[in-house]
Design a protein around this ligand. Structure first.
Ligand SMILES: [Zn+2]
Length: 293
């Protein structure tokens, strides 16, 4: 097992590494399709585990991602693969079935969320979901490396403690904003909006942006009407899955003085999951507290 793991890390890092290298002997290569899951793995796995994410470019729309040779290599060499599922990253399902017979664990977020194709795939924006994901990741890490169980369990406790303020923030916002109407350019924030109790408008428009198709003229007109006539208290603008049409809505919102809250699809570089979500919740809180129906 140990030489295989070292070779995996060597492939992942693109460096020559001796299988007997004591520093890396116990490492386990992990590939996460999305960088927020990679971040959770890294928080739980600690410094000895190499974690690579595939979708980590803040300028890239993950819905339009296409696999390259480096991704194929990484997935083929990983001992643990984490991905979203529900047709969010269908390329990963294909890569895994193209490299059968490898001794690896696979964690699919959609399975844990009990969702499938056709459901909103942005599970990481459900504040109750990431702790479930963290539990499954910790269990997989312990399974691969039982000697380090205590360390993984300790890190899981730290993760849960660091995530608890998000739950408190969502509850506080729910008390203030339950029933408040908002709209969004793309459904990335939908699970979080529901957790806060917001009334989300224009779902058909959002789905069209997500699927890179054209919303109907009626849906576009209804969206514009919501902004121009202040039927919503904020526009959640997905900066990463933007289209010319969603940018036009951003502009209309700004002209109508409807607050625009920027939401990113994947984790911004240099942030952890907890800080990222907290920053977006804070921005939404400021926007809603300052806006009037
Ligand atoms: Zn999306």
């Amino acid at each position: 097992m140990i030489p295989i793991r070292s070779r995996v890390v060597a492939v992942l890092l693109g460096v020559a590494m001796s299988p007997s290298d004591p520093l890396h002997a116990a490492t386990l290569g992990v590939v996460a399709a999305e960088n927020m899951y990679a971040d959770v793995v890294a928080q739980l796995a600690g410094p000895d585990v190499a974690v690579v994410s595939v979708l980590n470019n803040p300028a890239q729309d993950p819905h339009l991602f296409e696999v390259n040779a480096a991704t194929v290599m990484r997935v083929a060499g990983a001992g643990l693969v984490v991905y979203n599922g529900a047709e969010y990253d269908p390329w990963m399902t294909k890569l895994l079935s193209a490299t059968p017979g490898i001794d690896r664990r696979v964690i699919v977020a959609a399975d844990l969320a009990r969702k499938s194709a056709g459901d909103n795939p942005h599970f990481w924006y459900d504040p109750t979901f990431m702790p479930v994901m963290a539990n499954a990741i910790a269990a997989a890490l312990i399974d691969r490396d039982p000697d380090a169980r205590a360390a993984y369990e300790a890190r899981l406790k730290v993760f849960d403690e660091a995530t608890a303020p998000l739950t408190a923030k969502v509850a506080a916002m729910r008390a203030k904003y339950s029933g408040v109407p908002v709209t969004a350019t793309e459904p990335v924030f939908d699970y979080m909006a529901r957790a806060i109790g917001l009334q989300m408008r224009n779902p058909a428009f959002q789905l069209a942006v997500m699927n890179d198709t054209e919303p109907s003229a009626r849906d576009v007109a209804a969206f514009e009407d919501d902004l121009k006539n202040h039927k919503v208290r904020a526009l959640l603008f997905n900066i990463q899955a933007a289209s010319p049409l969603s940018r036009r809505m951003q502009q209309i919102a700004e002209e109508a003085k409807v607050p625009v809250v920027e939401i990113s699809e994947t984790e911004p570089p240099g942030m952890h999951y907890q800080d990222w979500i907290a920053a977006e919740l804070d921005a939404l809180d400021v926007a809603l507290s300052g806006s009037r129906p």
